[in-house]
Ligand binder design. Sequence first.
Ligand code: PGA
Length: 260
Amino acid sequence: MKHKLIVGNWKMNGSMQSSLELVDKIITHNSPAPGDKISPHYVICPPAVYLQELNKVINKSVVKLGAQDVSEYANGAYTGQVAAEMLKDIGCDYVIIGHSERRQYCGETDEMIARKFLAALAQNITPILCVGESLEAREANQTEKIILGQLNAVIDIVGAEKFAEGVIAYEPIWAIGTGKTASPEQAQEVHAAIRTLLISKLPKEIARKMMILYGGSVKASNAASLFVMPDIDGALVGGASLDAKDFLGIGEAAKMPHTN
Ligand code: PGA
């Protein structure tokens, strides 16, 4: 059975003080005794400026640290950008890539996202690749085409073998921050299509091992119904990750057994 992965995307929220308090609550809840099985696995992705300070607290815990973005370049004259090597330097093990907010507000293309994916892997940072369709695309029955297109665009550039080192997050844009979660069946349908794509590109056991997270208004109250779906391996959580009780509640739901 796979351990579920619960990732908190704090976006551009909080202060140094509130971030330290939130991390403290998450870590206190996740202090396993030696020999305890760690389930689920937690990753938090705070704003970049707080990563280094939070790592001082987090690196003694089982919780992992992630960034919300990374430069596609290794170093150089790229004002305002942060390189993967720098993220590794301050303790990041994960990075969110291609979030729909960055695709929309920062004009990130599939090609840029693929280069960010490779930049992260080059530093042993696990990329969490976000894909998702708009409401118009869903209503026009284009969901699968859009999602598989976004994934194939990255696979074509990075290659299937390297792609398998990442994590996928399916986040329908219409469900992000709207309170409208995809139904477990709607999410599973897309996750199953993603799994089928992976199986067509990779050895079966590797394709099955790849983590496919769901994101979009995940809360403690709806997490369990999503997590019983066979291809939902965890969650990428925005709003509810800013409240320790809500975030840990999602983690509690992830302790339920996987059905496959
Ligand atoms: P949400 O955000 O949980 O607030 O909908 C999810 C995300 O954008 O990653």
